[in-house]
Design a binder for this molecule. Structure first.
Ligand SMILES: [Cu+2]
Length: 304
């Protein structure tokens, strides 16, 4: 069985380490924000020798629509719960009832075999969000609760009975107060200086200002803009970057940007740069900035 599972995982490009195979997992486990994730929960074994007779999946907050795939020999069921308000449960349908549990029961999956249980979930709109599905595997009078979630600093692979994790694709948006940071990125560079770009959104009724950016990867971090100097664009440090009330400020090549000066190591594509931004009103936002390939989003030449 293990060989088969490893081959299947490899074919899908998923890195699995051997101990993970014993857990209940979802495959695929990621889809675009707001889309319908069609996935299968893989149950790899019974409970200490006993066959699996039911599977209950707790649907977490943020998932407003869930559907179980019909499975011959099993009864599939979705139990709903009531919210205090109506939400859009897909295609503009407003409802105050959202799924609480998806279950399959009445079957018998022998301990020595694995099987898959299909379901479809409408994912939340938040890019980068992670959702934990607590799964109760019932084997007659026994049960295993797959409900552990790694705490900050804890190795998720060390968990004995991990919950099933689902991820919304994309980079998470970082927020503080009325300010939201979207699509931040740095450009890969072998040089000692590097640029960081992002979109700052201010949902509040008061103008705010980015006052400072800090990162441990560089000796210093400056806020810059570009000004026209004859035919050339030259960059110049600024004291702050304004974000108008209810408006958006783009930090982009050729405009405002954050400059990493004295990089301790080259920035490589695929890595992340930790950064803390300080806003006058919204306060501090810490985020991990993904490094995209050199020259991402157009040509931009810095003159020092
Ligand atoms: Cu610059």
């Amino acid at each position: 069985m293990s060989k088969f599972l490893i081959a299947g995982a490899a074919a899908l490009g998923i890195a699995l380490s051997l101990p993970v195979l014993a857990h209940v997992t979802a495959d695929p486990a990621e889809a675009a924000p707001g889309s319908y994730l069609r996935t299968s929960l893989r149950v790899p074994h019974g409970c200490s020798g006993q066959p699996t007779t039911a599977l209950h999946v707790a649907i977490p907050d943020g998932i407003v629509s869930a559907r179980a795939q019909a499975k011959p020999g099993w009864q599939a069921q979705v139990e709903m719960r009531k919210l205090g308000r109506a939400v859009d449960t897909g295609h503009g349908r407003m409802s105050d009832r959202v799924p609480a549990t998806v279950s399959w029961s009445g079957g018998a999956l022998p301990d020595g075999l694995f099987d898959e249980f299909g379901l479809m979930l409408k994912l939340p709109d938040r890019p980068g969000a992670q959702l934990a599905l607590a799964v109760t595997q019932v084997c007659g009078s026994q049960e295993i609760r797959w409900d552990q979630v790694a705490q900050a600093g804890q190795n998720p692979h060390a968990l004995e009975r991990p919950a099933v994790l689902i991820r919304v694709a994309g980079e998470p948006a970082a927020t503080a107060g009325s300010i939201r940071v979207e699509q931040p990125f740095a450009r890969a560079t072998p040089a000692k200086v590097g640029g960081v770009f992002m979109t700052l959104q201010n949902a509040g009724g008061h103008a705010d200002r980015l006052l400072k950016a800090e990162s441990p990867v560089a000796d210093s971090v400056e806020l810059h803009t570009h000004v026209k100097d004859g035919d050339a664009m030259r960059m110049r440090p600024v004291d702050d970057i304004p974000v108008p009330a209810g408006g958006t400020t783009k930090l982009e090549p050729g405009g405002y940007h954050i400059m990493l000066i004295g990089l301790k190591q080259p920035l490589k594509e695929g890595e992340h740069v930790p950064m803390t931004l300080t806003f006058e009103k919204a306060g501090r936002i810490s985020l991990e900035i993904p490094v995209h390939k050199a020259g991402a989003s157009g040509g931009h030449h810095h003159k020092h």
